[in-house]
Ligand binder design. Structure first.
Ligand SMILES: [Zn+2]
Length: 452
């Protein structure tokens, strides 16, 4: 088997000692990292595919811990509106009108953007047509923890989504059997709970049982909106995290997304049960509120980064989220030392991997782990000079600095060219399908400015 060699590079390993190795050689064989050696000790073998990493930085592939692959064709469909208009008038009509082929194309567009941003692993909370999404993930070459968007109650739900509690579980058990381990193990199937506003207590309890029985994980939006907390207090008598605790739903395999409205005792509960939290700064700033990420980190909670879906975060780049994550906490606490660059880089790599239970294989560059990595070219005006490279990666870096992206030992982006996907072909489909879904769903946007 031929090896891929990246030589002369600086490797930001994100291993337990957070070593940054200068002038090293990274050796990939098959889907794994098999050696990391100082340049001077490296011996070439016949057939080696050698990449020169001079003046480049190698990072672990980013892990995006909260996404909505099927929302990508609805980018720009719900800007500048409140959360209820967002849901009831724009996104639910849009999502409930998708076909399996739409899901496939949406996931391709999503994946192309992620690969360009150096993201190799994602966790999706809202699959609609599993077959289309899994097919796209397979072709893209990325890694994904997927689950169905699950709702069994709530106001304004489209008729096609109204499943009974038992049908919600049966559907997901079927999908788990079909798709867990698909795409050479790059797909993991999880159980989903959309939000407390749309999930009965019976469903929450049964979901925990079903996920635990299979040793898989649960993806749920938790305490994301003030309206949710009010609703939970009215219908269950207490706030979301306290109520989930009462139901026995907190656990190490729960990925709680957003977690904006929590009190100190709830942060303690998240820590005690080892619940994982996905922080999505752009979506928080835009529509939800400002989460207490610093307090959660100080309380020992594992927090990862995510972009959320395109209609919540049109830019959809984990690189932009790193920058925002730090600024958001500095501004919220009026403390310039809050959320330093190294903490944010951890959140986008090893801690996000921990958040989705995949840290045994991804999230850091170590011998024996999967070969998921990104090559950063810092030789652009926005990245120079490099007084403090780690700082630059969080505060200055842009998508354009991603030169190459590898997942599972395969280059998905090489020298800024996509190797697995015909991007122009996908974009053509995207334009046609997006317009036709909007028409089918009857979504009419108000005209801005005076178009002639
Ligand atoms: Zn979400």
């Amino acid at each position: 088997m031929s090896r891929i060699i990246i030589r002369n590079s600086t490797i930001v390993t994100m291993d337990a000692q957070r070593r940054v190795l200068t002038d090293h050689v990274l050796v990939v064989e098959g889907d794994r990292i098999v050696a990391i050696t100082p340049q001077a000790e490296w011996v070439a073998q016949p057939g080696d595919d050698i990449v020169d990493g001079r003046s480049r930085y190698i990072l672990p592939g980013f892990v995006n811990s909260h996404v909505h692959t099927v929302q990508h064709l609805s980018r720009g469909l719900s800007d500048d509106v409140d959360i209820l208009t967002w849901l009831h008038d724009r996104i639910w009509p849009y999502e409930s009108n998708l076909t399996e082929e739409d899901s496939y194309i949406s996931t391709l567009l999503f994946g192309i953007e992620q690969i360009a941003n150096g993201t190799t692993t994602v966790a999706d909370a809202g699959v609609q047509h599993a077959g289309g999404t899994v097919r796209a993930v397979n072709e893209l070459g990325i890694r994904a923890a997927l689950c169905h968007s699950i709702m069994d109650e709530g106001e304004g739900l489209p008729e096609s989504w109204r499943l009974s509690t038992d049908d919600c579980i049966a559907l997901q058990e079927d999908e788990y059997r079909k798709y867990n381990g698909a795409a050479d193990g790059r797909v993991r199937w999880w159980f989903g709970l959309r939000t407390l506003l749309n999930n009965s207590d019976a469903l929450i309890v049964k979901t925990v049982e079903a996920a635990n029985r299979r040793g898989t994980w649960i993806h749920m939006h938790v305490a994301e909106a003030w309206e949710e907390i009010e609703y939970c207090k009215q219908t269950r008598g207490t706030s979301t995290v306290r109520h989930l605790n009462r139901l026995g739903a907190l656990g190490r395999n729960l990925l709680a997304v957003h977690v904006v409205y929590v009190e100190p005792d709830e942060i303690q509960l998240l820590h005690d049960w080892d619940v994982k939290v996905s922080h999505n700064p752009a979506a928080a700033l835009r529509v939800m509120g400002l989460p207490k990420i610093v307090e959660m980190l100080e309380g020992g909670v594992t927090v990862g980064l995510g972009t959320d879906g395109a209609p919540s975060n049109c830019r959809n780049s984990i690189i932009d989220e790193m920058w925002l994550a730090s600024l958001l906490q500095k501004g919220r606490l009026r403390n310039p030392s809050a959320m330093p660059a190294q903490t944010v880089l951890e959140m986008a790599t090893i801690d996000s991997a921990r958040c989705i239970g995949w840290d045994g294989e991804v999230g850091s560059i170590q011998v024996g782990k999967k070969a998921d990595l990104v090559v950063i070219d810092p030789n652009t005006p926005n990245m120079q000079p490099m007084h403090d490279p780690i700082s630059n990666m969080v505060f200055s870096m842009k998508t354009e600095n991603v030169e190459s992206t590898m997942c599972n030992g395969v280059w998905l982006l090489r020298d800024r060219k996509f190797t697995q996907i015909d991007v122009d072909e996908v974009l053509k489909e995207v334009r046609e399908r997006a317009a036709s879904i909007r028409k089918r769903a009857g979504i009419v946007l108000p005209k801005r400015f005076n178009w002639n």
